[in-house]
Design a protein around this ligand. Structure first.
Ligand code: MCA
Ligand code: AMP
Length: 480
């Protein structure tokens, strides 16, 4: 999907992907702390190299992306050896895990033996040390295959190259003036771009120590004493609901929100409590972060800022014409740049669907751009793409899981506004069960827990149009 190489790309790929580990300018300095375990730069490199020795030459390796130091060691080890990593959500249910492992073709499982995984398991030992040196892999090599939901069907594997990741992180470093002097703090999951690429690989490329709080809990953020904090809007809203923890962040340099729209009242409350206007940035698994407000620029509530270096954006009307940059006209947002993914794994049709004839990526988001180039994300084109707690959840995947329930004949899933999660998943079912909790638990068992419906309503029939298509608009209207 990548087009002509920009100067930013040339610069980004001239260095090793995990620059700070290779340079080892302060080998005894902390590289990563997760919970109560810290690894210095030299220990992380040596432990990760021991993993590299075990995985080198494999097609790809999957791992249980638990928020633990061993996940960082395993990911780093694979990247040193040039082996693509497939992070698996630790709470993924049977159906989801099986799909990810089969579709990705992973040859190895890293970490602790898992009862549902039949791949050879490579244990990851934080005490292991190796001094083997590996040449920096070709920048075109796949770094990560991250599974993410579409509107329909099972999650798709997003193939991200090393060069795309390097370019994306360098764009962020420039926009946020992110340097080794920063201490990065977050507690986000390690199986998405936000927590893993920005939150771990970013720290290892730039050389700022990472403090991962295991869960993104307000009190833990407050105790971590960082300079740069990452969170999804749900995290920031929970922090605002705990004013003592919020005030403890007032010494930070930047508070960054992304993965879902930051409600304006949360922006304002965070500013009032901390004295810091949050940075908002926008991205997708397929594009990484493409647009952000800047450390040295305007931070406007409800707006996500300017394209990062090396990123181009455009908004197009239904007709295909470009929309004016007047801050009001809404169009379909398309992106081009070095940060784009290569393809959906094993899925050329879906890759083609999201690619324009001139090589731009169709985000599926609706946006406006003002005369100064500032972007506002107005929403998604499809109601079937739900964002809950910053997680992207396809209605079709949840509906499919519900239909496997022996007492459910039909299911339709919608996202309704929720003050904590942004959107909450609501399922309407037709069938012979009215036990809401058992339906919720059934979904949680087959999919990741965050994909479970929070509410289930049994109805006699789903509203359908003459073609038999479920009319979700009517479900939204009837939702209490
Ligand atoms: C309750 N629980 C259940 C059930 N009921 N578990 C199973 N079955 C049930 N029926 C449990 C949960 O397991 C959990 O338990 C507890 O209830 C609370 O869960 P929940 O309400 O779902 O949420 P939460 O744990 O409070 O999490 C909110 C959160 C989370 C922390 C904001 O949503 C989160 O981490 N979001 C981040 C998403 C993210 O990083 N997205 C990035 C993708 P227990 O506590 O015991 O586990 S976007 C991206 O990468 C792009 C590029 C971008 O732009 O950034
Ligand atoms: P994911 O691939 O999980 O990152 O989901 C990407 C989607 O999250 C985007 O297509 C947007 O709909 C949404 N998103 C991410 N960041 C923002 C933001 N700052 N404001 C509004 N929506 C966002």
């Amino acid at each position: 999907m990548t087009a002509a190489r920009s100067p930013e790309y040339q610069k980004a790929t001239a260095m090793a992907l995990l620059t700070s580990l290779h340079e080892q300018t302060s080998p005894a300095g902390p590289a990563v702390t997760i919970g109560d375990r810290t690894l210095t730069r030299e220990d992380l490199l040596a432990a990760a190299t021991a993993v590299a020795d075990r995985v080198a030459g494999s097609r790809s390796a999957a791992l249980d992306a638990v928020p633990d130091i061993t996940t960082v060691i395993a990911v780093t080890g694979c990247l040193l050896a040039g082996v693509p990593v497939v992070p698996v959500p630790p709470d993924s249910g049977t159906t989801e895990r099986r799909h990810i492992l089969t579709d990705s073709g992973a040859e190895l499982w890293l970490g602790t033996q898992h009862p549902d995984v039949r791949l050879p398991t490579v244990p990851v030992d934080a005490q292991a040390r190796s001094a083997t040196t590996y040449p920096e892999p070709d920048p075109a090599t796949t770094a990560l295959i991250i599974y993410t939901s579409g509107t329909t069907g099972a999650p798709k594997g997003v193939v991200l190259s090393r060069r795309a990741i390097a370019a994306g992180l360098d764009g962020l470093a420039e926009a946020w003036q992110w340097t080794p002097e920063d201490v990065l703090v977050h507690g986000l999951p390690l199986f998405h771009v936000h927590g893993l690429v920005l939150g771990v690989l970013g720290a290892l490329r730039i050389g700022s120590p990472l403090v991962h709080t295991v869960r993104p809990n307000p009190a833990r953020y407050a105790r971590a004493a960082g300079t740069l904090y990452f969170g999804v809007p749900t995290v920031w809203s929970r922090i605002c609901a705990d004013p003592d923890s919020a005030r403890a962040l007032s010494g930070a340099r930047l508070l960054v929100s992304g993965s879902a729209p930051l409600p304006v009242p949360v922006f304002e409350s965070l500013t009032a409590l901390t004295g810091i206007r949050p940075i908002e940035r926008y991205g997708m698994t397929e594009t990484q972060i493409t647009i952000s407000t800047r450390a040295d620029g305007e931070r406007r509530p409800g707006w996500v800022g300017l394209p990062l270096a090396g990123v181009r954006t455009r908004i197009r009307a239904e007709s295909g014409d470009l929309c004016p940059h007047d801050g009001e006209s809404l169009g379909r947002l398309e992106i081009q740049g070095d940060i784009l993914f290569d393809r959906y794994l094993n899925n050329p049709e879906k890759t083609a669907e999201v690619t324009t004839s001139d090589g731009w990526f169709r985000t599926g988001d609706i946006a406006a751009i003002d005369a100064g180039g500032f972007h506002r994300i107005a929403g998604r084109e499809s109601v079937d793409m739900i964002k809950s707690g910053g997680y992207r959840i396809g209605a079709g995947e949840v509906e499919h899981a519900l239909l496997a329930h022996p007492l459910i004949r039909e299911a339709a899933v919608i996202g309704v506004p929720d003050p904590d999660l942004g959107q909450r998943i609501v399922a309407y079912i037709v069938g012979d069960t009215s036990d809401e909790q058992s339906v919720i638990d059934f979904a949680a068992e087959h999919l990741s827990k965050h994909k479970r419906p929070r509410e289930v309503h049994r109805i006699d029939a789903l509203p359908r149009n003459a073609m038999g298509k479920v009319q979700k608009k009517l479900l939204h209207e009837r939702h209490p």
